[in-house]
Design a protein. Sequence first.
Length: 422
Amino acid sequence: MIILKAEAVLNISRSGSGRSAMGLAALLVVLSQAMSVKGDIFRYRDGRVISGTVTDEKTKTIHEAPVRVWVVEVEKGVFIRVLESELVRNGYEPLSEARTQYAANVGSVEQTVETHAALAGECMKLGMPDLARAHFLRILDLDPLNSPARVATGYALDENRRWVKKEVVMGENRGKVFHKGRWWFPEMLAIEQSKEAAKDKALAASRDLVRWNATARTATGAHLQAALNGISQINDPLVAGTLIDYLLDTRRAAPPELKLMYVDVLSRFENPAVAQALARASMTDASEAVRNACLSALGRYGREAAIPVYVGYLGGKDVAQINSAAYGLRQLQAEGIFFPLLNALTTKQLQGGGGAGINASPTSGTFSTGASKPIEVEVQNQEVLNTLSAMTGQSFGFDRAAWIAWYANKYAPPAGDLRRDP
């Protein structure tokens, strides 16, 4: 780290004292602030910066969301409350040893581009971007065409190779809009803001559901019944995403009774995402009652969205899931899936390969130890055959060649007459 000599901050203008540009002024202001910092720093979204001593820190629930809250003593006996939601991202900076040392030792420095560039680099490494910016501004006072300093302080080259503020290049010249740290074309920003608004609405709509769900998992008696009643009366499609997450959550699975209620509510929202989620749950949930409820709901709505999900499971290696997928497709009366079913008619599986055993020879009186090697066997998937037969009205068993011959005979175009005209 670069250590500055401990002299008066105004001595920084000793070299090049004839200058009075904004770079020198900005450096003096920021370095003076650095010397006055005696505690942690909080940077607000509205541009305010305060410092003080944190006397208490807690996480509170505000509008159903956890928020860090600090109690800060800004002056002796003067306390304020700071909410993390009021700050910029990473807006809380505990008082660091680097900033303390910097404030204690800041003084006269050699007024050259090289010195300020080195100091700016050190400040950036140590997490002090405000001080780094002041040094970059001082560089521009010394060398107005310095490219790294121009870029660091928000300048960009326009089409005439002139340094202008980036908002001029991006905004006035290119028609972009600055939003949340990025430049957007207005059309793309409108799409992004629409997505953000939809997400905010979904979060707001899900607040009651989140509370009821937490209660239903832990409460008993009247509280449990009240939570279940609340969930059962939901009819807002905006909560579908949250319900899908609860239904498919394998890390913190809900009781089957609660999941059955999820399925009942989801079945009211006729959209493809819900249908796909119900299809996945019908394949993976541990409860047979939940699996059957999902499949039953899909029979009323969602066949088109659910069928591709089941077809995807036909290509897996799990025999149980392959047969379950075939059963689901049959219940949904799927069509046009001859070849996925044919390919899943039989599945190759490894069997055997148990632990070490003893092989004794009754004739030689010797024995040896070893493990049996797994062997590959072909497993016949009965539910796949059942679905294939139900779909086609045919029954060729597990004879793939016979199925292919039937399909070719029924659907292949007739051969043309290859004879030439006389």
